[in-house]
Design a protein around this ligand. Sequence first.
Ligand code: GTB
Length: 218
Amino acid sequence: MTATITAFASSPDRGRGLARDMRVRWAFEEVGQPYDVRLVSFKAMKETAHMRLHPFGQIPTLEDRGIQLFETGAIILHIAERHAGLLPDDAASRARAIAWMFCALNTIEPPIVEREQTRFTEGDKPWHAERVPLMDDRIRTRLRQLSAWLGDRDWLEDVFSAGDLMMVMVLRRAEGTGLIDEFPNLTAYVARAEARPAYQRAYDAQHAVFVAAGDKRR
Ligand code: GTB
């Protein structure tokens, strides 16, 4: 039976693959598994039916043969553990790939999301302009360390994995800041991932939702 995910009916990212359903779409494409998408409105996301699937009324969710999941980390791990293509076979490499997933979500993503969120929550406050460079420095420190680790290799470990998938999606979240561009090997890393056929199929699929909605904000 085909798994079903949820995604924004009208995504604020304007079909640029920044909403988190992109991670899940990409994972399914990498492992060559079909998936169905149920689009949800902002209103429906906060109603009982969806809140039963997602305690915080968000997307994405996954329903797969009786398993209901929220949180992209858990969803990607679920997909990667059940289908070949996103986790190496040997235990040590597999553990490293999973560590990179956690790293993307716990070490790299928080300062990036915080910087983005404060624009909405305190962008009009007098202290905001002073805080931005401080937040940029926090992000920059992590990017510098990540860049040093990556060096001139293609992926975080020997082969592309769920760790790279998650890391690239997190780095893309910072693309509006210009900070990634300070590290040419990270820019190349993201571009290398975006060139993967599976990424492109996922991107096109989520972008098609935006186009089909005839979104006026384009
Ligand atoms: N930790 C959870 C996970 O990883 O699954 C976070 C899920 C989450 O933040 N979902 C967001 C959501 O449902 C959509 S992806 N928000 C609606 C709400 O909370 O009511 C975050 C997102 C939204 C928009 C953009 N954008 O416009 O660029 C990028 C990312």
